[in-house]
Ligand binder design. Structure first.
Ligand code: URA
Length: 231
């Protein structure tokens, strides 16, 4: 991780304050003065400030039940950022592992461990995300095969990856996909001339949205949940 990030993770300092501290030359990595915040360090390096060893705070992993009319970025736009709901120290240092649209509800995973979130987000890792989808029109069974083979989305090269569609009711389905293109679920149903009228993420990999969590509530992931995300 970057040295300035490590300093933030192990002190109360903000990124700007960490950079100022680095300029003073008081920070050493394995006995050498380092002033560049972008230098890469490992948690097992000896990193000191005026001779005092820093220890990085443990990474944090959170499950959040996202309500409608909230956004997943750190910056408020038309709607408030979901980070307002996460009342932990330095919540804004964390990031979302796979964003949802403002009008989508359900499971959002939040962490400050970039390697862990990469395993969820990167299409190369094929992490399955399952959505409950409510549709404007009754679903035709033929869409199961269409999604299995992939559909062509507008302005995309190639077909979507094989997806699993399970029909729950005339206008309600479960869709499992392993990629996260912009508005992917809405665009997949648009490609078969239907329209998503409600969207809720239920599961990411092995991690299921906890039934006990009301919209707007969060909890830390259990160790088993964290470890279920393979590297
Ligand atoms: N696909 C969408 O279209 N929207 C989401 O929020 C998530 C997946």
């Amino acid at each position: 991780m970057r040295l300035d990030k490590f300093i933030c993770k192990s002190t109360e300092l903000t990124r700007t304050e960490a950079k100022k501290l680095l300029k003073t030359g008081l920070v050493q990595v394995n006995g050498e003065v380092v002033k560049n915040g972008a230098s890469q360090v490992h948690e097992n390096n000896s990193i000191t400030v005026e001779g005092q060893e820093l220890t990085a705070r443990q990474s944090r992993y959170i499950m959040f039940h996202k309500p409608v009319d909230t956004i997943c970025s750190n910056v408020d736009e038309v709607y408030p950022s979901l980070f307002h709901f996460i009342d932990v120290d330095k919540a804004f240092d964390m990031h979302v592992a796979g964003r949802l649209d403002a009008d989508t509800t359900g499971l959002v995973l939040i962490t400050d461990d970039g390697r862990w979130s990469h395993n969820i987000i990167s299409p190369k890792k094929s992490c399955v995300k399952t959505y409950r989808v409510w549709l404007r029109d009754a679903i035709d069974e033929s869409v199961i095969e269409t999604f299995k083979h992939g559909v062509q989305l507008q302005n995309e090269q190639g077909l979507t990856r094989p997806a699993v569609l399970e029909i729950i009711a005339e206008k309600e389905v479960l869709l499992s996909i392993t990629e996260g293109k912009y508005h992917q679920v809405k665009r997949m149903f648009a490609a078969v001339r239907n329209k998503v009228v409600g969207l809720h993420r239920e599961q990411v990999g092995e991690i299921k949205l906890d039934d006990e969590l009301a919209q707007g509530q969060w909890r830390y992931l259990t160790q088993a949940e964290v470890l279920s995300v393979n590297s």
